[in-house]
Ligand binder design. Structure first.
Ligand code: 5AD
Ligand code: SF4
Length: 503
């Protein structure tokens, strides 16, 4: 029987964070769990995948689903009927790891029960992704929790590893980090059943070595996927009716690929994607301020379908802390970049990531973060309490010396300030018009739809005769700090928007 995939993200917590499903990077706290839904799988071993962490992990799970389907596995949304459970994990902060470990313990109980009750093969339990390399010894030996440990560059090996663990009864492991793997030739199975927004992974790994960050250790060296394969994937998505792609990487704007003697950088890649279809909107996530070129900034204005929004993580507002974080820019340089962005792409909306309570952070340095937020007036901020990660430069060289209660209080101040600024920014939108791409029904009422503006703001409006996937012109009539409310004025195409903007 032909296996037909049908996968969607189920849990609300991960469903519509401010940056949305394919809007930009979800943070681990926001994306609680993504699960596969059922598919025809009679006669197949059924795999249940649960995804934790960022958008890259969501995109990776789509690759895993594809690899497994190609090898005769079925997928299920129902963990109870699964023969294989795979948790695609995140290691960025300690609480993300703890969440996965709790879940693993639940499944271990089930695994024990399934083996003894049926007398047949027990449930197979696998850990994929960022926790794989770091915790393999602990997961396999000390805690005997899992049968499979597979790192982010070894997903092609999953079918073989599954057979190996079946044959030997021993755990199977591949945590090799590659310098080449980009899964360029694998057509991901989309989790997104609304058929409107999709993730497209363009690079993997990170060479930046920010002192607090574990990603370079868990995901390895930076490598870019061939531009031609990215463009073909975007073209296939546009043909299939998708209206928005978010191109993904740990640091997308250091994308670089040499093809046919020419070097394609990130701005050029985006420009090429923007010509795939005039009706395909493009977002990207996540970027590093040091690599944000003027060419890239200009593209937001020049190409109508490159969304007027950048996620530009600052991490901190004090230059000395930024230096210890190894971010390679100062407060002043960051502020100058924001000014340039607003000059080259008027009306661009900005979001950021901020860490509270990094090693050695003084009260005055914390206040510099608050004052930077006031200076930039971000539309949205993703905020975190510093969490020491093993092996990182910060863990080796600095003391995690800001007491927990102080970290919490500082984080609280950052969140409260951002809520006030987000509300004010949204209030400025009242009376303006935007074109929103409809993502689906609003959470509150089936008589309303929600969609995202070009500037990545969620807007809710009456359903009337509009449908998911429509571009709808909306006049903003009200707001909260998280959502705009609007009146729909009519369906549009992006080409029409471009024409009216030019007139
Ligand atoms: N502690 C807290 N936040 C972190 N991030 C990365 N590493 C840590 C850490 N050790 C945050 C950064 C990054 C986002 C994805 O997660 O803000 O941009
Ligand atoms: Fe981590 Fe810095 Fe790389 Fe982002 S740029 S993944 S924060 S090391």
């Amino acid at each position: 029987m032909q296996v037909i995939p049908d996968i969607e993200i189920l849990d609300d917590p991960g469903r519509a964070p401010a940056r949305g499903r394919a809007g930009a990077s979800w943070k681990p706290e926001e994306l609680d769990r993504a699960r596969t839904t059922s598919m025809e799988a009679e006669g197949h071993r059924r795999v249940y995948i649960e995804t934790y962490g960022c958008q890259m992990n969501v995109s990776d799970s789509e690759i895993v689903a594809s690899v497994l389907r190609e090898n005769g596995f079925g997928l299920t949304r129902n963990e109870e009927e699964a023969d294989v459970v795979l948790l695609n994990t995140c290691a960025i902060r300690e609480n993300a790891e703890q969440k996965v470990r709790r879940r693993l313990r639940d499944f271990r109980r089930r695994k024990r029960a399934s083996g003894s009750a049926a007398g047949g093969p027990a449930l197979r339990l696998g850990v994929l992704g960022c926790m794989a390399e770091r915790l393999r010894a602990r997961l396999l030996e000390e805690e005997q929790l899992v049968d499979l440990v597979v790192g982010p560059d070894a997903y092609r090996d999953l079918p073989r590893l599954l057979h190996e663990t079946d044959d030997t009864g021993q755990a199977a492991v591949n945590v090799h980090l590659s310098r080449e793997e980009t899964y360029a030739d694998i057509a991901p199975i989309r989790y997104d059943t609304n058929g409107v927004s999709a993730f497209v992974s363009i690079m993997r790994g990170c060479d930046n070595m920010c002192s607090f960050c574990v990603v370079p250790f868990t995901r390895g060296r930076e490598r870019s996927r061939p531009a031609s394969s990215i463009l073909s994937e975007c073209a296939r998505l546009a043909e299939a009716g998708y209206k928005e792609v978010t191109v993904l990487g740990q640091n997308v704007n250091s994308y670089r690929f040499e093809e046919e003697g020419a070097c394609v950088d990130f701005a050029e890649l985006l420009r090429r994607i923007s010509f795939v279809s005039p009706e395909l909107r493009i977002r990207y996530s996540t970027s590093h301020p040091k690599d944000c070129s003027d060419d890239l900034l200009r593209l937001h204005r020049e190409r109508r379908n490159v969304c007027n929004y950048i996620h530009l993580p600052v991490q901190h507002g004090n230059s000395e802390v930024l230096e210890r974080m190894r971010r390679t820019y100062s407060r002043e340089e960051y502020l100058a970049l924001v000014e340039r962005a607003r000059a080259l792409a008027p009306g661009i909306s900005l979001s950021t990531d901020i860490i509270a309570g990094f090693c050695g952070e003084t009260e005055a340095q914390h206040r510099d973060t608050l004052s930077l937020m006031e200076a930039v007036r971000y539309d949205y901020a993703y905020t975190f309490m510093y969490s020491e990660r093993p092996d990182t430069y910060a863990a080796r060289k600095y003391k995690d010396d800001v007491p927990e209660d102080v970290k919490k209080r500082r984080l609280g101040e950052i969140i409260a300030l951002q809520q006030r600024i987000s509300l004010e920014r949204n209030q400025e939108e009242v009376g303006r018009e935007h074109v929103a791409l409809v993502e689906g029904e609003s959470k509150r009422s089936d008589r309303q739809l929600c969609g995202r503006t070009d500037t990545n703001k969620m807007v809710v409006f009456d359903r009337e005769a509009y449908a998911t996937g429509d571009y709808v012109r909306v006049r903003i009539t009200g707001c909260t700090s998280a959502t705009l409310l609007g009146d729909p004025l009519g369906r549009e195409t992006l080409l029409e928007c471009a024409a009216s903007a030019a007139a």
